[in-house]
Design a protein around this ligand. Structure first.
Ligand code: ADP
Ligand code: MG
Length: 703
């Protein structure tokens, strides 16, 4: 890597973007493709052939030897199968590099090895990937050389979605149609398309690779299953926004360069709250592209970390007792001519279109809080949401002082006459400029916060795809828009009807608004009084997918069929059971083969010491006490280990699906905690030289 980075030059250099297409494709072909991208017009094979040819030529110039349909099955990560461009050798033994329109548009990976839930029974192993031309193709350079990656959707032979992208694109169509319908009622005749804009902030941890390799728990499960707290945690608050260490800075520089080449607008980077925790945020993009880019970000973080002798941990809770990682999914709705429907302007009380949009969103979030919660459900996220770490698993909306005041006025009098102003922030120092203050302070504890011209959904897990939350947001808001339009299209007096509707929605759904401290116990009680769901775990969240309410919603907007929803629920249960099973087995392995043997060695050395000290005629009471304490904890460990082994064995008899997931949640997870307790206590006593793996302190403070 060069020392000076010419960002403008490298940005998007490995992306088959609009500029490249315009330059390389014949005018007619370019126009056809634009029609497909913008209006969804079907692409004919002759046109696809030309595009494929140019794409291949361009990719080969970038060093590509292979292409892949790049898709997002329900495994949480991306999948790809590489094919080289070579065709069969001719008579002279020479190969040509070829890539047809058919190969660009459609792929046929075997679907039988990807999660499909109950759908597996109803379809053949055949699965198809279909080119998503709304997300640009790119050339990725890594140890495998350079590969042309073509973003694709993945579905079964019978057309059921087996991935994240298909329903996401469907939900974008739903919100586009319903938002346009609403906008037309407000007299907008010019906007042609409405798309959700998404900016995901990504948190992650970095640890030293060599130390990582000594922790089987990290290797197998992505999180530590044992580990006592070091003397210092995050209590000094000195890491957040703190000075970035040189080793990490070099890593970040390379991550940015890699991302820029792929057209990802990496923008913000800083240290996060926990030691060794960091964050990266791009500039927001169209929902679909943002989802793809977030996958690229996660992959790039991992890849570049390896090159720097580091390991990037994307797990939601790598370390107990310190903050975990999440993603903040910033979401707004924008027209093709640049209007953000979530922009209140300076006088929100006068902006009735904005107020209706806001009222619709409150209604949507209140009505489908369970679905939104489910969209953030992830095995790792159970450690953050509603477990021992804030935010709670209760969905509520933060509006801020200014909007809450407008809402109050509307509810109490049916009319809002003024908006609170931000005013001037006086620093009291003459040489510093007076700053204009936002009308609303921030609230970091709300799961769904209005932040000026967007909502920020803060529950999403750090390693999870952001597709699910955006599918839910797009669809529930499309539904609220549709219901509003149904009323307004019939109204005699439009203005009056809008006012009535705003008041009605705000009154009915005011309970979802909460501006206070979401981390407090008082809120948990208050939320219960308000009747807001508090869904504490992933297994409790999954049923939200298949309620009549959810099926009705998703079928109405053609986002999911009932069968697709049921298959997704099944996959979630399976995923949960498998993940906990791996954790339990890893714990058993580590406790049996590493920890107990190490502690036995330690007790032997203590016993030897006691014997020799006593033989020498001195008193060995400290050593004896330590020996007794260690032996006691060792015995507790053995008992807890045996219990976990027995319970895990019994899981083989539990029927798969819901029951098995609950078994792991209710029986295995507590048994894991029981095994962890004595082991963590032992770690505090046993000679560090003898402890079989690096400590929390080693991992978090010695990066
Ligand atoms: P904050 O500090 O309030 O979280 P940032 O400016 O750091 O805000 O933005 C966080 C993320 O939100 C970034 O990815 C940013 O691009 C994105 N973002 C900003 N405005 C919007 C918007 N209107 N819609 C969606 N995302 C947005
Ligand atoms: Mg933020």
């Amino acid at each position: 890597m060069s020392e000076f980075t010419n960002v403008a030059e490298i940005f998007g250099s490995n992306v088959f973007n609009d500029a490249v297409m315009q330059e390389r494709l014949p005018k007619k072909v370019y126009k056809e493709l634009k029609k497909t991208i913008e209006e969804g017009k079907e692409l004919d094979l002759a046109t696809a052939d030309v595009i494929a040819h140019e794409m291949k030529e361009w990719a080969i110039e970038k060093g590509a030897t292979h292409y892949t349909h790049w898709f997002q099955p329900l495994t949480g990560v991306t999948a790809e199968k590489h094919d080289s461009f070579i065709s069969a050798p001719d008579k002279n033994g020479k190969v040509l590099m070829s890539f047809s329109g058919k190969e660009l548009i459609k792929g046929e990976p075997d679907a039988s090895s990807f999660p499909s839930g109950g759908l597996r029974a109803t379809f053949e192993a055949r699965g198809y990937t279909a080119w998503d031309c709304t997300s640009p193709a790119f050339v990725r350079q890594d140890a495998a050389g350079a590969t042309l990656c073509i973003p694709t959707a993945f579905c079964s032979y019978t057309g059921e979605a087996l991935d994240q992208k298909t329903p996401l694109l469907r939900s974008m169509e739903a919100i586009n149609a319903e938002a346009l319908r609403l906008l037309r009622l407000f007299g907008n005749t010019t906007s042609k398309r409405v798309t959700p804009s998404v900016g995901p902030e990504q948190e992650y941890f970095l640890v030293d690779k060599a130390k990582y390799l000594q922790r089987k728990d990290l290797i197998y499960t992505g999180r530590t299953l044992f580990g006592a707290m070091p003397p210092k945690g995050q209590e000094l608050d000195d890491h957040y926004f703190g000075n970035i260490r040189q080793r990490i800075a070099a890593f970040m520089k390379e991550v940015n360069e890699e991302l820029w080449k792929l057209g990802v607008t990496a923008k913000t980077q800083h240290n996060e709250v926990a030691p060794a925790q960091h964050e990266l945020a791009p500039i927001y993009a169209e929902c679909n592209v943002a989802v793809d880019h977030n996958q690229i970000v996660m992959k790039t973080l991992k890849m570049v970390a390896c090159r720097h002798g580091l390991q990037c941990l994307l797990h939601e809770k790598p370390f107990a007792g310190v903050n975990g990682s999440g993603k903040h999914n910033n979401w707004s709705i924008t027209t093709d001519d640049g209007i953000n429907l979530l922009d209140p302007g300076t006088t929100p009380h006068e902006n009735i279109q904005f107020l209706l949009v806001l009222a619709c969103i409150l209604k949507a979030v209140d009505t489908h809080a369970d679905l939104l919660r489910e969209s953030a459900a992830d095995v790792g996220n159970d450690h953050r949401l509603g477990a021992n770490e804030a935010p709670p698993a209760i969905i509520s909306v933060f509006l801020g002082e200014q909007l809450e005041d407008v809402v109050e006025q509307l509810i109490s009098t049916g009319e809002a006459t003024h908006s609170l102003k931000g005013g001037k922030l006086e620093t009291g120092v003459k040489t510093l400029p007076d700053l204009t203050k936002d009308a609303t302070d921030r609230n970091r504890t709300s799961p769904f916060a209005f932040t000026g011209n967007k909502f920020e959904f803060r529950m999403v897990g750090s390693k999870d795809s952001i597709a699910a939350p955006n599918i839910v947001l797009n669809t529930i808001v499309a539904e609220a828009f549709a219901e509003a339009s149904n009323v307004l299209e019939k109204a005699d007096d439009f203005e009056m009807a809008v006012h009535d509707l705003i008041k009605k929605y705000l009154t009915e759904h005011q309970r979802i608004v909460f501006n206070g401290n979401g981390y407090s116990d008082a809120w948990v009680e208050e939320a219960e009084r308000r009747g807001l769901p508090n869904i504490k775990s992933m297994v409790d969240a999954i049923p939200a997918l298949t309620t009549d309410k959810a099926i009705g919603l998703f079928e109405k907007f053609h986002v999911f069929t009932k069968a697709e929803l049921e298959s997704r629920a099944e996959i979630q249960y399976e995923t949960y059971a498998k993940a906990i099973n791996i954790e339990a087995k890893a714990m058993i392995d580590i406790a049996s083969k590493q920890i107990i043997p190490a502690v036995i060695k330690y007790t032997k050395s203590l016993a030897d010491t006691v014997n020799s000290v006593t033989a020498a005629g001195a008193e060995a009471s400290v050593q004896s006490e330590l020996l007794a304490e260690t032996s006691g904890l060792l015995s507790d460990t053995k008992v807890a280990l045996q219990k976990l082994i027995d319970l895990d064995k019994k899981s083989e008899e539990v029927p798969e699906g819901t029951e098995l997931a609950h078994y792991f949640h209710e029986e295995i997870v507590p048994a894991m905690a029981e095994l962890r307790a004595p082991v963590d206590a032992l770690e505090m006593i046993v000679d560090k030289e003898m402890w079989p793996m690096p400590s929390y302190g080693d991992l978090m403070f010695e990066v």
